[in-house]
Design a protein around this ligand. Structure first.
Ligand SMILES: [Zn+2]
Length: 191
């Protein structure tokens, strides 16, 4: 598109990094903030910069955190004997919002996908095996997604649990699978 402003063209192009935002939506957003909400746009820019600079991954469960160990891992209100394995921080959030699960998490940050270079080490299975060997976890709950890769990942997780002598939790008894499927479905349409 042609505008009189190279900065505006750059802004429109940059907005397209957001999921589901094509060129039309990006144009609409850029014109909207310049015409009507410069304060909101400035706040957004600041929050984005802060989040990108400061949020890393929890050294214990690998979810997003600006602390070395996240609040869920340090909370004494959570049952340390229960560990739920999810693929991504979004899946973790879906479980937190949709269920009464009160244990802790381990976030793979992916799923087994050899074609994408994601093997057991890349998705943290070494760290998970080590965690199970510590003996605190009494029950492992596998909540990977019902895709081919998610099922292959679940299979390997079950082997790791068996090797560590940790029983697998019931089929997500804490979890309303309909709600979760809905959350996952939305995520998949975005990606
Ligand atoms: Zn954590």
């Amino acid at each position: 598109m042609t505008t009189g402003s190279p900065l505006l063209a750059d802004l429109i192009e940059a907005l397209r990094c957001l999921p589901g935002v094509g060129s039309k939506s990006a144009q609409r957003m850029a014109f909207h903030v310049l015409e009507r909400d410069r304060a909101g746009a400035r706040r957004l820019a600041e929050k984005l910069a802060l989040a990108v600079d400061r949020i890393g991954n929890c050294t214990r469960c690998r979810t997003f955190s600006e602390e070395a160990v996240c609040a869920l891992c340090t909370s004494t209100a959570r049952d340390a004997g229960l560990l739920c394995v999810v693929e991504t921080p979004v899946d973790q959030l879906a479980i937190e919002q949709a269920t009464g699960y009160r244990g802790r998490y381990f976030v793979l940050l992916g799923r087994l996908s050899p074609l994408d270079g994601l093997g057991p080490k890349e998705i943290g299975l070494d760290a998970l095996a080590q965690r199970l060997a510590e003996g605190e976890v009494q029950e492992l709950i596998i909540a990977t997604n019902p895709t081919v890769e998610g099922e292959a990942t679940a299979h390997m997780l079950a082997q790791i649990a068996r090797a560590a002598g940790v029983p697998l939790g019931g089929e997500l008894e804490y979890i309303d699978r309909g709600t979760l499927a809905h959350a996952f479905g939305e995520r998949h349409t975005l990606s």
